[in-house]
Design a protein around this ligand. Structure first.
Ligand code: HEC
Length: 172
């Protein structure tokens, strides 16, 4: 489909360059969570935004903080993420008029051993576009992020609850 942005929007290249990221920076940071502000300085492992059916059919990318960067880049061979590793997954949708609309920020942070065995010690957080924290493991509305744990648990033993990025969208 051709839009005012040309054909490039479909693979997300234009939006990656057009300031969507800056918008996310401002909006999510209203949550007061340090990682919701700093994640844009972390390495992005997606070569372009890709559609994530499991996160509301939104376009997403995945950033990893300094601690997570090297292990996350091993993908299926990760073994275990060290404590302090954080993956941040901002999202957006494209409205019928072609504008990008920000979606939630999805976060996973590896905590101390024994912090929450049910999630393999991962703290799941969902931050809404206006900065509201919709849910956080052992935090506000913890029940709202239990479904995250449930789905990610299917790969808990094989790859430390991480699903990674579709192969064709991984940065080389
Ligand atoms: C029905 C399954 C499912 C649910 C529910 C789900 N996820 Fe995911 N998640 C995935 C899959 C599959 C991927 C990797 C592919 C992708 O991005 O779509 C992923 C990737 C992630 C990543 C990047 C780290 C990784 O695994 O590589 C984060 C962060 C994340 N999800 C957070 C969350 C949070 C927070 C919630 C709840 C609000 C949630 N997820 C709910 C399936 C799910």
């Amino acid at each position: 489909m051709r839009t005012a942005y040309g054909d490039g929007w479909q693979n997300g290249i234009n939006f990656a360059n057009y300031g969507t990221a800056r918008l996310q920076h401002v909006a999510y940071s209203a949550s007061g969570l340090a990682e919701a502000k700093s994640f844009l300085d972390w390495k992005n492992f997606a070569s372009a935004p890709y559609t994530s059916q499991t996160h509301g059919n939104r376009f997403v990318v995945n950033h990893a903080n300094d601690i997570a960067e090297e292990p996350y880049g091993k993908y299926e061979n990760i073994g275990m993420m060290p404590q302090g590793g954080i993956i941040a997954k901002p999202s957006f949708t494209i409205l019928p008029n072609g504008n990008a609309q920000l979606g939630p920020l999805f976060l996973m942070e590896k905590m101390d051993i024994g912090w929450h065995p049910a999630s393999k010690d991962w703290r799941y957080t969902m931050v809404m576009p206006d900065g509201t924290v919709a849910g956080r493991t052992h935090g506000p509305n913890a029940e709202a992020v239990e479904f995250c744990v449930g789905c990610h648990a299917t790969v808990a033993d094989a790859q430390d609850s991480l699903f990674f990025i579709p192969e064709e969208t991984r940065v080389k």
